[in-house]
Design a protein around this ligand. Sequence first.
Ligand SMILES: C[S@@+](CC[C@H](N)C(=O)[O-])C[C@H]1O[C@@H](n2cnc3c(N)ncnc32)[C@H](O)[C@@H]1O
Length: 277
Amino acid sequence: MSSLTTPAAQPTDPATRLRTTASGVAVLGYAATVYVLFLCVLGYAVGFFAGLGVPKGIDDGPRVPLPVAVGVDLLLLLVFAVQHTVMARPGFKRRWVRVIPASAERATFVLAAVVALALLFWAWRPLDGTVWALSGPAAAVLWATYAAGWALTIASTFLISHSDLVGLRQAWHHARRTRYDEPSFTERGLYRRVRHPLMLGFLVVFWSAPTMTAGHLLFAVGATGYILVGIAFEEHALTRSLGSDYTSYRDRVPALVPRVPLGTASSRGRRQADHDG
Ligand SMILES: C[S@@+](CC[C@H](N)C(=O)[O-])C[C@H]1O[C@@H](n2cnc3c(N)ncnc32)[C@H](O)[C@@H]1O
């Protein structure tokens, strides 16, 4: 959707061919390593927000005075937000690819996000106090919603291009010396119902805690604020690159909350018949 493309290289002499092959293998190895780290952090995130199966969940860690804990936690959220916002901007990417190979740009973005998240998980300070604590069927419903949020986010990456979002596709094209083009804009599947299913999945994950502590609430509020700002930046960039195609999509499709179809199938059929007639 922007012009960050890697043209197919056409090396002629053996020395250049060798260098190009070595660079292809190196970038692909780098992207694959980053992807493995990304999967580890993703798996840890599932346990971190659930407070299950990981050494340190969102409500674990040393107790420090309230202002210190709030300050540390907001700083950690800010580090992640700045990393994501700055490194995703087209202007930053254009300058960044003068420093690193274009084919490694996305993998480097993912690596920086992995580091920011690992730092957040490690240094997050819990806050005492419980906002709500559900048990029995209500808790089971929230656990199911939590799992559905992760499923929604992961499924959305495949609708855009999972391998592209994690930086593997760019490295693969570089190694194969084939032309790389960014994934085209999609309106299929979940993207027909909402414009930001991936972010919606994260919001569901952050808010569907059967026990919502003060610390978890701080995270949920901060991350929700960041997601809304991130969406505004992303839509600004998409409107600039796609123009009226994006504004008409924005007019037709809600951002985060799917429209509930009103009326029964037969009344919808009647409305359609009236419209056609
Ligand atoms: C992490 S994804 C999040 C996509 C979207 N905001 C969501 O929540 O599902 C961010 C990348 O997806 C791209 N993108 C956003 N909407 C898209 C769509 N409908 N089709 C293809 N790419 C899209 C953006 O340009 C950006 O590079």
